[in-house]
Design a protein around this ligand. Structure first.
Ligand SMILES: *Cc1c(COP(=O)(O)O)cnc(C)c1O
Length: 383
């Protein structure tokens, strides 16, 4: 079957069709990215405006053909909230927080897994596996259940207890390992090879990015089809950053929005900052981070498969990566709750801690329109 999209390798010149259950490029091991035959026409805006507020309102932008139904729990359509109290404190006029904590399963992982599970189900998948720092495991457990496909999750034993309990609620098989997500990744790949399960690790299949792309589409629509000057994104595997980079570029190229490309800033914890380290060295790929540790479990990704793509997005948008300490991101998490009543995850808190550094260094101006991403719910991390 010919689909209106194909896959292109993010590193070499390989291409392939979108049939079956694609993993990484067989020639070079880099992630595949989806390439559509054509971008939807801007005239579609009016029709989109009448659809329900889930990420599938952008279905013409997504890997879905006419007549195909997504596996959905109503993900997306999250509020883009003004942050007047923080804005006042920081002398900023145009500060926003995209609150992804209200997604099904409590984090923005819902977007990526809804898209990935949808395509895999349509391709006839028999079982799923995933290595996770927590939230991807919860989301896969929920969407796998929704699709009626069994799920096997590998997570570090140090994953917050509430997240582990959520994974169990949806009936997934949960295996806890002493180690970090990289160790879980090896176990998941071995499990997939042995049991014929499909491994939906970050960027090992091409469709989680497509779900995350809707972060960019949604922010643009919520700002009246305009783009912000800058976004700050807490970066682990980088799917949201890469997804928004692709979305903003396509919106500009295809005439859906005017203006210039937003700066896409990346924040990590000083306890695991491979992207910051590589960016500051001027490198075009990340090196594995030794002994990674941070309470922001979504940022504990010592060797992101998409490191090279993340660095390209930072460089091409004129942004940078900053590291903040766990103390700073926890304090900022509390501040988001106290000032704006947003129950931020530690990762969401990190974006506020980074904003203060970027303001001080002059990378972000006090008049800029800036969007912080609270990627998950604070309650998931509490016992
Ligand atoms: C997974 C996760 C992140 C990191 O997202 P990536 O797409 O892997 O960069 C940030 N915050 C939360 C709450 C997460 O669950």
């Amino acid at each position: 079957m010919t689909r209106p999209w194909s896959l292109t390798c993010s590193a070499c010149s390989a291409t392939r069709n979108a049939d079956g259950l694609p993993d990484v490029c067989p020639d070079c091991g880099a992630p595949w990215l989806v390439r559509y035959d054509a971008a939807p026409a801007p005239a579609l805006k009016d029709e989109i405006a009448r659809r329900p507020w889930t990420m599938w309102r952008y279905r013409e932008w997504m890997p879905l053909e006419d007549g195909e139904d997504p596996v959905t729990l109503g993900e997306g359509g999250t509020p883009l909230l003004p942050a007047p109290v923080l804005g006042h404190q920081l002398a900023m006029r145009d500060l926003w927080i995209k609150d992804e904590s209200v997604n099904p399963t409590g984090s923005f992982k819902a977007r990526g897994l809804s898209a990935a599970v949808t395509r895999a189900k349509l391709a006839g998948v028999k079982a799923f596996t995933v290595p996770t720092a927590g939230n991807a495991g919860v989301a896969l457990s929920a969407y796998g259940r929704r699709a009626g496909v069994p799920v096997h999750v590998f997570a570090p034993a140090s994953t917050p207890a509430t997240i582990l309990a959520q994974i169990r609620v949806f009936g997934a098989h949960l295996e806890l390992l002493d180690g970090h997500i990289g160790d879980c990744g090896k176990a998941a790949r071995a499990y997939a090879a042995e049991h014929g399960a499909f491994d939906v690790s970050t960027l090992r299949e091409p469709y989680r990015i497509e779900g995350k792309k809707t972060l960019g589409l949604e922010v643009a629509e919520q700002l009246g089809w305009t783009l912000p000057d800058a976004v700050i994104y807490p970066t682990g595997g980088g799917t949201g950053l890469i997804g928004m980079w692709i979305a903003f570029r396509r919106l500009l190229e295809s005439g859906w929005v005017d203006g210039t490309m937003p700066k896409l800033f990346s924040v990590q914890s000083t306890g695991c900052a491979p992207v910051v380290e590589a960016f500051e060295r001027g490198a075009d790929r990340t090196e594995p981070w030794q002994d990674p540790w941070t309470v922001a479990s979504g940022l504990r990704v010592p060797s992101p498969l998409g490191g090279a793509i993340i660095l390209k997005a930072l460089n091409e948008t004129g942004a940078r990566a900053v590291a903040v300490s766990d103390d700073a991101l926890k304090a900022a998490e509390r501040r988001m709750a106290e000032s704006e009543a947003i129950d931020a995850s530690p990762e969401g808190g990190a974006t506020l801690a980074a904003l203060e550094i970027l303001l001080e260094d002059g990378d972000i101006g006090h008049g800029d329109r800036v969007v912080l991403f609270n990627t998950g719910a604070g309650w998931l991390y509490r016992p």
